[in-house]
Design a protein around this ligand. Structure first.
Ligand code: CA
Length: 226
């Protein structure tokens, strides 16, 4: 999952980026509202973490309003140093989905990011499943049948992205845009290699079960139970 952080304090921005990357997210950072407005318009971001007080021609609340006016419905968490009722209401009224008061614990930010990512899906709790394959976004456990599968953090991020879109054709471009950050130099070949890694762990060890990862020649891939 790909996250955009719009935060002008470099220390906080880098701490958020590092922390979220350790959790397997791909993270881009911009430091002012004007860059935020142009980056935020990219529909490939799954969540935007937006600081309310930003340098630039507009502040965070106005930025949020503009993104919504422009038809961008990416989930937005607004960060603010102030925590009065009025600020919260203004943040939410500007179109943010959630609100976090600084200083916040990193665990809480992660939990809220995950909650927003789960929102449109039809599963319960922190676990997603496709057929007999289960992935838990909280414990990072992946289980097929009764066998636990060990994945690298990139493999996990790739599988998580697939499992949030079961039965849907996922192109290599979609994978590059949602699973890697913009600084990553990813070639379509790399995606094939990672799909191969996943197949070796998710499908090949289970020869009696139907494969879950399907190649759609000329289009991309999908995960589907049948
Ligand atoms: Ca700020």
């Amino acid at each position: 999952m790909r996250i955009l952080v719009i935060e002008d304090e470099p220390k906080i921005a880098q701490a958020i980026k590092k922390g979220l990357e350790l959790k397997g997210f791909a993270v881009d950072v911009v430091y002012d509202s004007d860059s935020g407005l142009s980056y935020g318009a990219d529909p490939d971001y799954d969540v935007i973490v937006l600081d309310r007080m930003l340098p630039g021609s507009i502040d965070g609340a106005e930025l949020c309003r503009k993104l919504r006016d422009n038809g961008i419905n990416t989930a937005i968490i607004m960060l603010t140093a102030r925590g009065t009722i009025g600020d919260k209401v203004e943040g939410l009224n500007s179109g943010a989905d959630d609100y976090l008061v600084k200083p916040f614990s990193f665990d809480e930010l992660t939990a809220r990011v995950k909650a927003l990512l789960r929102r449109p899906a039809t599963h319960v709790g922190t676990s997603v499943s496709v057929g007999d394959l289960q992935l838990d976004t909280n414990t990072y456990k992946v289980i097929r049948g009764d066998k636990e599968i060990k994945l690298s953090s990139k493999e996990f991020a790739l599988l998580e992205y697939f499992m949030h879109h079961p039965g849907q054709v996922i192109t290599k471009d979609m994978i590059i845009n949602h699973v890697w950050d913009q600084d990553a130099d990813i070639l379509p070949n790399t995606i094939e290699v990672y799909i191969g890694y996943l197949r070796n762990k998710i499908d090949r060890p289970f020869p009696t079960l139907k494969p879950l990862i399907h190649t759609m020649r000329g289009f991309g891939y999908k995960i589907e139970a049948n």
